[in-house]
Design a protein around this ligand. Structure first.
Ligand code: AHG
Ligand code: MN
Ligand code: MN
Ligand code: MN
Length: 337
């Protein structure tokens, strides 16, 4: 097994040979993202020893208190990805506006949008967190990239993926040809292909939702969860299990490994927010991963990947995972509308 496993660079070069539409420096761009994730994995794993826990003392554009690691992880992406000449601009949860590549570096034809650290509330309690990214083509003038260039439906994503900093660090990636998982071998500093061609089980007995929001849910979600809770003797005729990790990366990863459905649905908690999760750097990349693995991703009313984004930090309802459960939830929404 000494040279047995494919590393992520070899995987990317082979994917690029297979699909000539992945222009020029695509594999180099993903390699830069991979390097960012390795650096973040190192900081996360050293935790208090590296002095990276706690608040940064600032807020992001959405009014969330930034953790030190939110800021550090954002800086890691910028440091590793902005110099290579592959990108026209970047955007992230932790930056108010898009960042065109500074004039000190060459520009390329891709756009990168990312959630540098997902599951921030888990940082200080030493639980799983992750990073999420999405790669788009810049269809406008790369000399003058604008926010409008980022507002592409999820179907236009060239690649999407996430890193999960859990008991092992893993990278899960789709370049439009299935979903593949790599595990970080810290001894050689490489992500090695350990989970080729991941598939989401079409049926499940496991759901994930933050039930503290129950009083704000819409009737279709309430009906779905009530039926799960009724168990064997109810409508569904089987018992369900429930999990909530408070990190979308960790929930999606569990669903890829053993099936399940994840919901952060539309609710009435704050009428100015149609959902909790952000379309461009949470919902879209995760929807691509789930659908490439044979699952489904919907707002309850529309396929997430079909949504036309209206702004950089736009929030949307998210229901994703095992196909049969998401389809059931979509049916329940249409029954009530
Ligand atoms: P982030 O840490 O990037 O701001 O995202 C957190 C998100 C998502 O990962 C998770 O599913 C959800 O917020 C958790 O929400 P609750 O605090 O309501 O559990
Ligand atoms: Mn946040
Ligand atoms: Mn997030
Ligand atoms: Mn985040």
């Amino acid at each position: 097994m000494l040279f047995g496993r494919t590393n992520v660079n070899k995987f990317l070069v082979e994917e690029q040979r297979r699909n000539p539409a992945l222009a020029g420096d695509f594999s180099m761009l993903v390699s830069d993202i991979v390097r960012s994730c390795k650096t973040i994995a190192q900081s996360v794993s050293r935790g208090a020893l590296a002095g990276v826990l706690g608040d940064a003392g600032s807020d992001n554009v959405q009014g969330e208190a930034q953790k030190k690691l939110d800021v550090l992880a954002n800086d890691s992406f910028l440091h590793h990805c902005e110099w290579g000449g592959h990108l026209a601009a970047l955007a992230s949860e932790e930056m108010d506006e898009i960042l065109p590549i500074p004039a000190t570096h060459p520009r390329g034809a891709y756009l990168l949008v990312f959630d540098p650290l997902d599951g921030s509330s888990n940082i200080d309690v030493n639980l799983s967190v992750g990073s999420i990214f999405s790669i788009l083509r810049c269809r406008g003038d790369i000399k003058n990239p604008t926010e409008a260039d980022f507002l592409q439906p999820g179907t236009q994503q060239v690649a999407a993926g996430y890193a999960i900093y859990g008991p092992a660090t893993m990278l899960v990636l789709s370049v439009g040809n299935g979903v593949h998982g790599f595990t970080l071998d810290r001894e050689i500093g490489e992500f090695l292909l350990t989970h080729p061609d991941l598939k989401v089980a079409p049926a499940t007995r496991e759901f994930a939702i933050n039930t503290s929001n129950e009083r704000f849910w819409e009737p279709p979600v309430r009906r779905y969860v009530d039926e799960c809770l009724a168990g064997k003797t109810g409508e569904r005729g089987k018992d369900f299990n429930m999990r909530w990790i408070a990190s979308m990366v960790a929930e999606v990863h569990r669903i890829l490994m053993r099936g399940g459905v994840f919901m952060y649905p539309r609710d009435t908690k704050d009428p100015s927010k149609p959902g909790r999760l952000r379309l461009l750097y949470e919902a879209n990349p995760m929807a691509m991963i789930i659908e490439q693995a044979g699952g489904r991703a919907s707002t309850g009313r529309q396929d997430i990947l079909q949504l036309q984004p209206e702004s950089l930090h736009q929030r949307v309802p998210v229901i994703l995972g095992s196909r049969e459960e998401v389809e059931r939830l979509v049916r329940y929404h249409s029954d009530y509308d």
